[in-house]
Design a protein around this ligand. Structure first.
Ligand code: GTP
Ligand code: MG
Length: 319
């Protein structure tokens, strides 16, 4: 009997110990663990340009709800630019970003090792950071409050050669030209001449660029080439050393600056050699009125502090 009692005690001690240890052991090596093998490796090939393009969901409706000016709302476009700037501040390997309408493309340098080049990580971080930054920036630029949360889709596209990358960006900039010329003519016909949407559409159907330029000039006295460059060319964001009057630092301070240049021309790539070549930012001579996007980075105490903390290590000492 005494022997049986001892055996029972031993048994219950064993059960208690096993129960205490069970959760730990089952997590480390459970029969469920095989499910991990279903996850796919999405590491991006080495030595390719990684482009992430985000695009606003149903911005046709979003722009209407928030009374965007037609066809271009300068402030709304700047919310996009400011959100893209936030992405570039966080992701130091983005060498260029290009935006127009409700889309933005982010170009990661070929050698980037960010998130071990894992496609899903890069895509989801960029897309979610862009979305949250868009919301954070909204009230700095817009007077109407946000009526609902905007959201953006995203895709990763890889380009093996510099030529492919340039062609990709040229494609996006050509898209701005085609759309903006059409939209400018369309909304002039509707808003100024009182045509219905349908009549304006019929009037423009089958016309070439030269016809729309002529229409704008003849009927509305508008020289299309004199419209703001941001509307005609989109926005290119680059890291530059900003040289401005009154700044004692001759080397300038680093910021992400907006340019509205023609990136289809080879001149652009000769001037901004840091994009395809060695990653050393060029200089940006500030215009008389500093773009607010840059001013916010250089002059706002809190943002300036945050910004400087985040400068790439290989550029230390420049700012
Ligand atoms: P999905 O992207 O397919 O969800 O549709 P979408 O409605 O966002 O259309 P898409 O991305 O093709 O085009 C963007 C739309 O955003 C334009 O057609 C415009 O309606 C609107 N939009 C973008 N920027 C501006 C702007 O500055 N002013 C105005 N009025 N509308 C703009
Ligand atoms: Mg869209």
């Amino acid at each position: 009997m005494r022997f049986l009692g001892l055996l029972n005690k031993l048994n219950s001690l064993l059960i208690k110990t096993t129960a205490r240890e069970l959760p730990k052991r089952s997590m480390a090596c459970s029969r469920y663990e095989y499910v991990k093998t279903y996850e796919q490796d999405d590491t991006i090939l080495p030595n390719v340009w990684i482009v992430i393009r985000i695009d606003g969901k149903k911005f046709h409706k979003f722009s209407k709800t928030h009374n965007f000016e037609k066809p271009n709302d300068e402030n709304a476009l700047n919310v996009m630019n400011a959100a893209a700037t936030a992405v570039m501040q966080e992701f130091r390997d983005v060498v260029l970003a290009y935006g127009q309408s409700d889309e933005y493309s982010f170009v990661f340098r070929k050698e980037t090792a960010a998130f071990k080049r894992r496609s899903a990580k890069l895509l989801t971080y960029v897309t979610s950071l862009f979305s949250t930054s868009y919301v954070m920036q909204w009230s700095k630029w817009m007077s109407l409050p946000l009526a609902y949360a905007p959201c953006f889709d995203g895709r990763v596209v890889l380009y093996p050669s510099d030529e492919n990358l340039r062609d990709y960006l040229s494609w996006r900039q050509a898209d701005v030209h085609v759309n903006n010329l059409y939209n400018t003519a369309f909304w002039k016909l509707v808003l100024d001449s009182g045509l219905s949407n349908q009549t304006a559409e019929e009037r423009l159907r089958g016309t070439f660029s030269a016809d729309k330029n002529e229409l704008l000039f003849q009927e509305f006295g508008i020289n299309y080439n004199n419209l703001p460059a941001m509307y005609r060319k989109g926005t290119i964001l680059l890291r530059k050393r900003v040289i401005s009057d009154g700044d004692n630092d001759q080397n300038g301070r680093q910021a992400i600056v907006p340019l509205h240049e023609d990136l289809i021309s080879s001149h652009f790539w000769k001037v901004h050699t840091e994009i395809l070549g060695k990653y050393v930012p060029g200089t940006y001579t500030a215009p008389e009125i500093m773009p607010r996007l840059v001013d916010l980075q250089l002059n706002t105490k809190q943002e300036k502090g945050d910004y400087e903390k985040k400068q790439p290590e290989n550029l230390a000492g420049i700012s």
